[in-house]
Design a protein around this ligand. Structure first.
Ligand code: NAD
Ligand code: UD1
Length: 339
């Protein structure tokens, strides 16, 4: 069985990908410093899969630590999730973001260079497109960085491209995620943001469960059908399946790729709110608020390349995303912290 190292594997997307990989015949090994996750996720993963995944506690930027992990577990491929992801925080503390997001990628690549492991999938983001000229957005759209977070992801994409050019034995899969939401249908793992959620779906979840009074809808006067912002929401289990498909492609064909992972469908804030109300069975308090600085009116993916190259397509609907998010939130009102 192919052993795959998941840096940041205890986090939201990493934990769901660990399940998908295990159920597709891979052997996941997790590496995490728990800067934005908790070890409790490991028990949940064992309950879902019936397997106890090894988890190495440490920093992905630490070259000798990562090299030892790769050697000890005979790792054949890496999925590099480890990094920070809050756009606003990256504006306030850019050095923290450049150091961790670029530093952890360099650490992992240097560690891999000292071994024979040459295949890596990287968590990039649709935020590298900034405010795109047209939608749906395809992979040839220019990258425009509107904040340090997006820039760190673009820098790592460029580091991967230069590394692949330097030695053809490397192969890299760059996955540009749109808006990952939802949770595993078991309700045992999900998104567990610390403090006030930055993103729409976890915020709605916390209003629905009574942890916050009301959703603020950031802008009702965009040039969209109902005036609220439109995004491409993708179920985290579909996103996880995209990682499995990308890894198979890298390991079988030994050729790199850059693909969007999105559903190809745009949904407005109000559509998400209504779908969540259907899922939880009650009204969710909300009010109109000013636009959030830096937000764009509308973007969604052209997911055609992922389909033609990987045979992958998002399957789950917005109603399923909300139903699974609600199952996780209602079963775990305080996330992994119990109570
Ligand atoms: P997350 O914060 O839940 O997971 C990231 C994990 O990495 C956490 O468990 C954290 O403890 C760990 N980590 C951070 N720095 C580390 C380091 N130096 N060494 C070891 N572990 C470290 O975030 P997520 O939502 O699962 O995102 C995973 C990746 O996908 C990130 O790189 C993020 O930028 C990217 N991404 C996320 C989204 C999203 O909306 N969630 C969208 C696009 C891209
Ligand atoms: C944000 C990040 C992006 C990241 C993505 C992850 C910014 C500028 N961009 O994108 O880098 O990859 O999350 O999913 O932060 N909204 C509300 N009220 C809220 C929260 C959000 O109305 O309390 C609206 C937003 O204005 C937007 C939509 O909901 O129209 C989605 O917002 P969000 O979940 O934050 O995602 P993005 O803005 O697409």
């Amino acid at each position: 069985m192919t052993r795959v190292l998941l840096t940041g594997g205890a986090g939201y997307i990493g934990s769901h990908t660990a399940v998908a990989l295990c159920q597709s015949g891979f052997e996941p090994v997790l590496l995490d410093d728990f800067s934005n996750s908790v070890p409790a996720v490991l028990d949940r993963l064992a309950r879902i899969t019936g397997r106890a995944f090894p988890c190495e506690h440490g920093d992905a930027a630490d070259v000798s630590f990562v090299r030892q992990v790769i050697e000890r577990h005979a790792i054949e491929a890496v999925v590099h999730f480890a990094g920070f992801k809050a756009v606003g925080e990256s504006v306030a503390e850019p050095l923290k973001y450049f150091r961790n997001n670029v530093g952890s990628a360099l650490g992992v690549l240097d560690a891999m260079r000292e071994t024979s492991c040459r295949a890596l999938v990287f968590s990039s983001t649709a935020t590298v497109y900034g405010d795109p000229d047209r939608v749906p957005v395809n992979e040839s759209a220019p990258r425009r960085y509107e904040n340090p977070y997006a820039q760190t992801k673009g820098m790592v994409e460029d580091i991967l491209a230069a590394t692949a050019r330097s030695d053809p034995s490397w192969c890299f899969g760059v996955l540009r995620y749109f808006n990952p939401v939802g949770a595993h249908p078991s309700g045992l793992i999900g998104e567990d943001p610390h403090g006030t959620p930055n993103n729409l779906m976890p915020y709605i979840s916390q209003v629905a469960i009574g942890r916050r009074p009301a959703l603020q809808i950031f802008g009702g006067d965009y040039a969209t059908p109902d005036g609220t912002g439109v995004r491409d929401y993708i179920h985290v289990s579909d996103l996880a399946a995209g990682h499995v498909a990308a890894l198979r492609h890298l390991l079988e064909r030994r050729e790199g790729l850059i693909v969007n992972l999105g559903s190809g469908q745009g949904h407005s804030v109000l559509e998400v709110l209504r779908a969540y109300e259907r899922a939880c069975g009650h009204a969710i308090a909300h009010q109109l608020a000013p636009r959030r600085p830096g937000d764009v009116a509308c973007y969604y993916a052209d997911p055609g390349l992922a389909h033609s190259l990987l045979g992958w397509r998002a399957q789950r609907t917005l109603d399923e995303m909300c139903a699974d998010a609600w199952r996780w939130q209602s079963g775990n009102p305080n996330g992994y912290h119990g109570g």
